[in-house]
Design a protein around this ligand. Structure first.
Ligand SMILES: [Fe+2]
Length: 307
């Protein structure tokens, strides 16, 4: 009986299925399992994205790509990426087998460890896919982690999540349902804010300028959406406002029709820091309903977070 070699292709990798069945959340990167198709997918994605990055990405991202010595020709080894990354911001990429419950994800980034997918998308369909893959995580996210201020933003997301978890655990509630509703709303707000900034954020090229560039990793790893996000007349682009973003649902399976603009990474840091106060004041306890759905595991991860 012949078996097809799927290598480490997203949703088809036996190695990942096995790790998930064994309950292994954090794994190694078994580099020898990438097959020639997987390597070819990386090469084609990189070659397609490079001119788009040069045109639309924020300059710190391009510096990151060069500081990390990412290869156009081969899927990166996480160990090697980390050799260049850790001395810059103490961040490192940490391989995972798939979905990570919300609090554990935020706690990892608070500790400067970025949960990183090691599979790569199917070469038949190069464009953005809802699941993260190594191109999204390593080529889309990690170059941004070489920037000190951006790295601080991620750590601050982790701090805000920690504050939310402890508050939800300690709060006097009339019922456990009420506690769950509050923590669900808090996670939703944080996930929305993360989505519209770290994943799909736009930034002004210079203070006050109408010229925009991309810093969101969902855009930086999508061959179709990066240009669309900057030039399409059907995309609404607005200066970011906390109260809007935390109440704004998002959907992950199509190009975004609404994007938010920050002035700088200092601006973004201040906004994330402010979320802490919003949570403390209860202003994120009853946000507008809608996407994203918060799973039972996400809720539990917050309510069982260590003190
Ligand atoms: Fe992402």
């Amino acid at each position: 009986m012949s078996t097809v070699d799927y290598g480490l292709t997203t949703t088809k990798a036996p190695f990942i299925e096995q790790a998930q069945q064994n309950g292994q959340r954090f794994i190694e990167q078994p580099y020898e399992l990438y097959n020639e198709d997987n390597q070819d997918t990386w090469r084609r994605l990189y070659a397609t994205m490079l001119p788009l990055w040069e045109k639309y990405a924020n300059p710190r991202f391009m510096e990151g790509v060069s500081n990390l010595m990412l290869s156009p020709d081969a899927i990166p080894r996480l160990e090697e990426v980390n050799k260049f990354l850790e001395p810059l911001t103490a961040f490192k990429a940490k391989p995972v087998s798939g979905y990570i419950p919300a609090y554990i994800f935020f706690d990892c980034i608070r500790n400067r460890e970025f949960p990183t997918t090691i599979t790569i998308r199917d070469g038949q369909k190069l464009d953005y896919l809802p699941e993260p893959d190594i191109f999204h995580d390593i080529a889309g996210h990690v170059p941004m982690h070489t920037d000190r201020r951006f790295a601080d933003v991620l750590v601050q997301f982790g701090e805000v999540a920690r504050g939310a978890a402890h508050r939800a655990q300690d709060m006097k509630c009339d019922s456990e349902e009420q506690r769950l509703a509050i923590v669900e709303s808090n996670i939703k707000g944080l996930a929305r804010f993360f989505w519209y900034t770290v994943e799909f954020g736009l930034m002004r090229k210079t203070p006050g300028s109408q010229d925009l560039c991309v810093y969101g990793s969902g855009l930086l790893s999508s061959i179709g959406e990066i240009e669309h996000s900057i030039v399409s007349p059907i995309v609404q682009r607005y200066p970011i406002q906390i109260e809007w973003v935390i109440n704004q649902y998002f959907e992950i399976d199509h190009f975004q029709e609404l994007l938010f603009i920050v002035d700088s990474f200092d601006h973004l840091f201040d906004l994330v820091d402010e979320l802490h106060t919003w949570i403390e004041q209860g202003k994120m306890d009853n946000l507008a309903k809608g996407e994203p759905a918060i799973s039972k595991l996400d809720l539990e991860s917050f309510l069982t977070a260590e003190k």
